[in-house]
Design a binder for this molecule. Structure first.
Ligand code: NAP
Length: 315
């Protein structure tokens, strides 16, 4: 498992992190508690020692399960916990954004309790809150660092300008954004900002919510909310599946790997990309992470990959 040094935390971590959104069940058609715990265990056994979670993932469930596993294994200090703040929910599980200082205080106490720990390694704002000045949120998070409740500060889904504004109020160590072979908007201003400011970068949905795993098939469109975009329906779905098939052939012929490995390798070989957040909800799913190491994509391979995608998607 490849590793990377994170100076903000004064330690190294695996470049593949376990993502726990789908195992929490929310927007993914429900959760299986035992399978989720077994997945966390398997990831840790495989040398994945950074886990990304959030209060909203299963409305506390994903954080709770991670806390349960770490408690059972008694290895809290060996694992980097990256969790989030700023998404609350009502009694009908309708989420809303709130990154105000008062709410941050309530959230950090609740997350620490669910995670059964007294500190969070990386605390990330889940979505920018238009009602709260970004520098005010940053200042509050800076105070949590000073108090030892959190160790590093991150944001998710922020533009370059929003990160700039956030930085005027306090420290910023990491940025998380959607990034995969099919979804590259982060290349416009987010990745360049992160590179220029030396931020840790975490790519979410690296498998395009399962599309790049190679398991999705024609005639079987996903129905869960997490996969409601154009990419998963109609003619666009068929074209994306064709691209996945061609990428799978390329991965097999060139590297003896599959498309799932190629998709993660492509991310890890992008300049400035630190960590890929692999979402898994069964132990077998995370086993495939082993095949990501031992090869790299050079400039000509990157160009061939782009040509395959452009050919199938007409981009
Ligand atoms: N900050 C944010 O706003 C944000 C947003 C999204 C995600 N994230 C983080 O990023 C993580 C990863 O993103 P993601 O969950 O959206 O998408 P993803 O990692 O691209 O895809 C996850 C899905 O891929 C499928 N999968 C994974 N490994 C597989 C394997 N070996 N074989 C076949 N299928 C496999 C599973 O689908 P099935 O469930 O169908 O089995 C899994 O739920 C999340 O868990 C979360 O921690 C953060």
């Amino acid at each position: 498992m490849e590793r990377v040094w994170l100076s903000a935390l004064g330690r190294d971590v695996s470049r593949v992190a376990l993502g726990t959104w789908s195992m929490g069940g929310w927007m993914w058609g429900g959760a299986d508690r035992d399978a989720a715990c077994a997945t966390i265990e398997r990831a840790l056994d495989a040398g994945i020692d950074i886990v990304d979670t959030a209060p909203a993932y299963g409305f506390g469930l994903s954080e709770e399960l991670l806390g349960e596993v770490l408690d059972r294994r008694r290895n809290r200090s060996e694992v980097v916990i990256a969790t989030k703040l700023g998404l609350s929910w009502d009694s009908r599980h309708e989420p809303w954004r709130d990154s105000s200082p008062g709410r941050i205080r309530e959230e950090v106490v609740a997350s620490l309790s669910r995670l059964r720990t007294d500190y969070i390694d990386l605390y990330q704002v889940h979505w920018p809150d238009p009602k709260v000045a970004l520098d005010q949120t940053a200042a509050e998070l800076g105070m949590l660092v000073d108090e030892g409740l959190i160790r590093a500060v991150g944001v998710c889904n922020y533009s370059g300008d929003q990160m700039q504004e956030f930085c005027s109020g306090g420290r910023l160590d990491a940025s998380q954004f959607r990034y995969n072979l099919f979804e590259r908007a982060a290349e416009e201003d987010v990745l360049p900002f992160c590179r220029a400011h030396g931020l840790v970068t975490l790519a979410y949905s690296p498998l395009a919510r399962g599309l790049l795993s190679g398991k999705m098939k024609r005639g079987h469109e996903a129905t869960d909310q997490a996969r409601r975009g154009d990419m998963f329906h109609g003619e666009s779905y068929v074209r994306h599946l064709a691209a996945v098939e061609r990428l799978d052939e390329f991965a097999q012929e060139r590297y003896g790997r599959r498309v799932i490995h190629l998709a993660i390798r492509w991310l890890l070989d992008q300049p400035g990309l630190t960590i890929a957040l692999w979402g898994a909800r069964t132990p077998e799913q995370i086993d495939a992470a082993e095949g990501v190491s031992g090869f790299t994509l050079d400039v000509s391979a990157m160009a061939e990959i782009d040509a395959i995608i452009a050919g199938e998607l007409g981009a």
